[in-house]
Design a protein around this ligand. Structure first.
Ligand SMILES: Nc1ncnc2c1ncn2[C@@H]1O[C@H](COP(=O)(O)OP(=O)(O)O)[C@@H](O)[C@H]1O
Ligand SMILES: [Mg+2]
Length: 357
């Protein structure tokens, strides 16, 4: 049996470039253990968005070969100097954030007409947008925290916003609507901090939101894989911050021992069951397929709120996604196989639509 040609895509033109490389190293290592099944092509996307074929998954290296996606019957990846080409069966984006997880890359892969792992264009785009996701969650009856949207090009009524914040009570969180890894997020504890926090968030996105804060929230996560009809949710896990006010970029990635993971989370069984059901419901409402991680905030009284969904969550050994499923008795390497099979099945289903005849 011929091996599947799999291109793993990583790096990317996003603030989460380094996180992606780290995730990809684990995914590549796991897939390389199945040499009889997959022939891997390691595609590094640099911070300018250029594509390179690598011998070893990592940051930029002088041996990297510049390549480009192409649309020909013989190949869908080709070296710029013509020295190499391949017909890839499945693209596996291990990318996070803007240009990667937000439907743009997915649209590009649709245009190339190739199977790819993970959510499609619309699910990815909706999942990346915290406002849209929250509106959809509300429609699906899933609890979310009150929020107030602000747009860069439409002057907002500062007085009305201040009144709203007073009604909700401080703290509030101000965040860009379409970003990740806590970039641009600030906790606002006094009214004076509100405008600077909005101006700061607006440097990263044209849309930001002010959200009612849960002071010293517990942060609980649930991983998902599959699709409507055959969807699996994992046990819930908790990330505990050991210092600081909230999970900022430093606590997430830079401070050694900045947080501790507890899987499964030490929460009552009925709350965990509720979060799993809500995670599945939001994934279905977004028409997701592939994988995701749903994030929740829980207050000291045990009330919880759906916060956001990541349709390409961190996938390294130390990331929550594999840990949550392993705690649920699922092997990570089998999940990766399942994601590749699903990508092929989803593409075949699209091909079979009458549109293509
Ligand atoms: N409403 C909130 N109440 C309490 N903490 C929050 C709230 N919103 C965000 N945070 C804190 O900020 C972090 C980043 O916010 P989040 O909405 O998850 O954005 P990102 O997509 O950047 O991860 C969260 O992990 C949490 O620590
Ligand atoms: Mg988050």
């Amino acid at each position: 049996m011929s091996r599947l040609q799999v291109a793993v895509l990583y790096g990317g033109k996003s603030t989460e470039h380094e996180v992606s490389v780290h995730s990809a190293q684990t995914v590549v290592q796991m897939l390389q253990e199945k040499k009889d099944k997959y022939q891997l092509h390691l595609v590094f996307i640099d911070k300018q968005g250029y594509w390179f074929l690598q011998n070893e998954c990592g940051e930029s290296h002088p041996d990297d070969k510049p390549i480009t996606p192409v649309l020909t019957p013989q190949a869908n990846l080709r070296a710029l100097d013509g020295s190499w080409q391949a017909k890839i069966d499945v693209f596996f984006p291990v990318l996070h954030g803007t240009n990667c997880e937000d439907g743009t890359l997915q649209g590009f892969l649709e245009t190339l007409d190739v199977p790819y792992v993970g959510c499609g264009v619309l699910s990815s785009a909706m999942g990346m947008d915290k406002l849209i996701t929250k509106l959809i969650a509300q429609c699906a009856g899933i609890p979310v925290l009150p929020f107030y949207p602000v747009h860069r090009d439409a002057a907002y009524d500062a007085q009305a916003l201040e009144t709203w914040v007073k009604e909700q009570g401080l703290p509030v969180f101000v965040k860009p609507v379409r970003l990740g890894s806590s970039v641009g997020v600030r906790k606002v504890k006094t009214m004076d901090e509100l405008k600077p926090a909005i101006d700061f968030a607006l440097q990263f996105d044209t849309d930001v939101m002010v959200e009612k804060g849960v002071d010293h929230a517990r942060e609980i996560f649930c991983a998902l894989y599959g699709e409507r009809g055959n969807l699996k949710s994992s046990a819930c896990g908790e990330l505990r911050m050991l210092a600081g006010e909230f999970f900022d970029y430093n606590a997430k990635y830079l401070v050694e021992g900045g947080c501790e993971t507890k899987v499964p989370a030490d929460i009552p069984a009925d709350i965990a069951a509720g979060m799993r059901a809500d995670s599945e419901a939001i994934f279905r409402a977004l028409n997701g397929s592939g994988l995701a991680r749903a994030d929740f905030l829980m207050d000291k009284d045990g009330a919880y709120y759906f916060s956001e969904i990541n349709t390409l969550p961190g996938m390294s050994h130390t990331s929550l996604f594999p840990q949550l499923f392993e705690a649920s008795g699922e092997e990570y390497s089998q999940i990766l196989d399942g994601l590749i099979e699903q990508a092929i099945a989803v593409h075949a289903r699209k091909e079979s639509l009458a549109l293509n005849r």
